[in-house]
Design a protein around this ligand. Structure first.
Ligand code: ZN
Ligand code: ZN
Length: 598
């Protein structure tokens, strides 16, 4: 069956199902019931229906029309993956789903949605849009796609593991006490984000690739034991013993009764409407609970890594730096021979990480991008696009590992052969941005949007910029993309000690090459600010791996920037070099030789 016939027949099945359910349209989000970046194969409903495989998207199918909404990252990809004669791509920001609903639906239309996959905030927007069109938004009890998807994969059955205090730094009992304190004035909070549940209860799961979150909801009561709603088959004896002391375990189906019980006692219940399934809000409201909205109380304490998590991050970064260094040396020897493809290189890097003996998983799918492929910031190497690494081309590799003591995320850009002057100019401007952000001291209360310019200034001077954020939060053996703080043009969350963020400016020349340099940094209270009267914060660089000196134009660098780079490279030799010997150690020493004495 061709792709087009497949989409056509699946849309036809969905439209038949619409009629059976007395609906005129249905919303198919990419998200599962946990709103994460990665979903298990049973939840790839949007991909099954449309062919689109991006990490965020949403389709709305009516009896005669179909639209798919994607953000700026996916406007090109979506057109190559879907049949645009059957489904119309829409830009998420320029024509958001709510506006499309208002314009497209007619009086009396009934727009169905699965209230477990759509958040309370999203449902509110869709409901208002329906009302304006004279239509109504209807929550369905069973998902329409599940009803028509013949060979839908089964739900994953991977076992949950505990994250011992030796890595987590604090016991689950202590964290629960803190959350109870944080929700003062409420009787309970419903936690629906799987990384919050994983962090709070010191558990990790293996259901989705790259992110060891726990696919479960929890209710933390201000008084009394917490409830965890999880498939019983996922619990080992070890995990049961761990949970016994801190929570009552129930099946996912039992959450309805637990929410109704909160309503019965007129409890004041906190939910985060940006992340909570609309069904949870609805059951609480209908059963007369007092619903209060606020942000998930785990988000901030999870982001502020404790001393043991910070030490774990340093150890994990050093270990990952050893794998990356060995990889870069191998690449420098092999790439000029002209035989390596992007996928070969990604596989070899995975092998080097596996040699550490402690790799649990990658933290996302490696982005190995050569030549013009590197100009696509979210490039995904697949069989169709897989390219050989060419001579005198730039090669960018963005990758990371999941280790039990920390999550890593690193990008290095190297030249295979000889760079052009323009490549060196652009690389140096990106590097200056990375260094200036790394070195800054800033008063407490400063947020990422106030620092973002530091990463861009040298590019702006030359009339250049890059179209992605400069940094994102990173979890501790959790999600590689973690809130609440980010470094970009608009983020308003103050940076706090213990937060781990990425520092990853870039430059992309469409059709030619792309550059990105990414280190992870830890927000700390520096001891070297003398004579002032304000409490200051700064960044400690965690990532340890050489930066390609052949791409640097030192005439563009200030003395301070050069001495930062030399000091960084000296630290890499000291910390990573300890784990290398022979030719690999020699290569590292040469790659990290001081540049200011050249
Ligand atoms: Zn990265
Ligand atoms: Zn990153």
């Amino acid at each position: 069956m061709t792709h087009a016939t497949q989409t056509r027949s699946r849309l036809a099945l969905l439209r038949t199902e619409l009629k059976v359910r007395k609906l005129t349209a249905f919303i198919v989000p990419r998200q599962d019931e946990f709103q994460g970046e990665y979903v298990a194969s049973y939840a790839e409903r949007l991909h099954w229906l449309t062919g689109f495989s991006g990490s965020w998207g949403l389709a709305i199918v009516t009896l005669s029309k179909a639209a798919i909404f994607v953000d700026g990252r996916y406007t090109i990809q979506v057109r190559s993956q879907i049949d645009t004669r059957l489904i119309t791509p829409q830009h998420l920001i320029d024509e958001p789903p709510a506006a499309w609903i208002e314009k497209t639906l007619k009086k009396g239309d009934r727009l169905g949605f699965d209230p477990w996959l759509v958040t309370a905030d999203q449902a509110k927007r869709y409901r208002e849009a329906c009302e304006k069109a004279g239509a109504s938004l209807v929550a369905v009890d069973t998902n329409l796609i599940d009803a028509i998807w013949d060979d839908q994969p089964a739900r994953p059955t991977a076992k949950i593991e505990t994250q011992p205090t030796q890595f987590a730094g604090r016991s689950a009992a202590d964290k629960l006490k803190d959350v109870q304190k944080a929700i003062a004035g409420h009787d309970a909070v419903v936690l629906t984000q799987p990384d919050s549940v994983a962090w709070l209860l010191n558990l990790r799961g293996h259901d989705v690739p790259f992110t060891p979150v726990v696919p479960a909801y929890a209710i933390v009561h201000a008084k009394g034991r917490s409830e965890l709603f999880i498939a019983p088959g996922k619990l080992t004896e070890d995990v049961k013993a761990h949970l016994k002391k801190i929570a009552v375990t129930k099946t996912p189906a039992e959450i309805g009764d637990a929410l109704k019980a909160l309503g019965k006692s007129k409890a004041k219940v906190l939910i985060d409407p940006a992340w909570t399934p609309d069904r949870i809000r609805e059951v609480l409201t209908k059963s007369k609970a007092v619903v209060a909205t606020g942000s998930d109380p785990c988000t901030l304490p999870k982001a502020r890594k404790n001393a043991i998590e910070q030490e774990g991050a340093r150890t994990a970064q050093r270990r990952d730096g050893v794998a990356m260094t060995r990889f870069l040396r191998w690449l420098e020897i092999e790439a000029p021979k002209g035989q390596l493809s992007e996928l070969d290189v990604a596989a070899k890097l995975l092998w080097f990480r596996q040699q550490t003996g402690l790799l649990k998983d990658l933290s996302f799918e490696t982005i190995p991008a050569s030549g013009p492929n590197a100009a696509i910031p979210h490039y995904h190497a697949a069989a169709e696009s897989n390219r050989k690494l060419g001579l005198n081309e730039i090669f960018l590799i963005d990758s990371g590992g999941q280790y039990q003591d920390g999550t890593t995320d690193i990008t290095r850009t190297v030249i295979i052969g000889q760079p052009t002057d323009e490549m060196r100019d652009r690389f140096t401007r990106v590097l200056k941005g990375m260094i200036n952000l790394s070195r800054i001291r800033f008063p407490k209360g400063t947020c990422g949007s106030q620092l973002d310019v530091l990463a861009r200034g040298a590019l702006w001077t030359a009339g250049l910029d890059f179209d992605h954020g400069t940094g994102h939060g990173v979890g501790s053996y959790l999600s590689v993309h973690e809130g609440p703080a980010r470094i970009n043009k608009s983020d308003r969350t103050p940076l706090e000690p213990g937060m781990i963020l990425s520092n990853e400016p870039g430059f992309y020349k469409q059709g030619e090459y792309g550059i990105r340099i990414e280190n992870l940094v830890l927000v700390h209270e520096p001891k070297d600010v003398a004579g002032g009267d304000r409490p200051m914060l700064g960044f400690e660089t965690l990532t340890l791996c050489p930066i390609d000196r052949r791409l640097i134009d030192t005439s563009l660098m200030t003395a301070d920037e050069l001495s930062w780079l030399d000091a960084y490279h000296a630290r890499v030799v000291k910390e990573v070099g300890d784990f290398l010997e022979g030719e690999e150690l020699e290569w590292l020493q040469q790659a990290c030789a001081p540049i200011s004495s050249d």
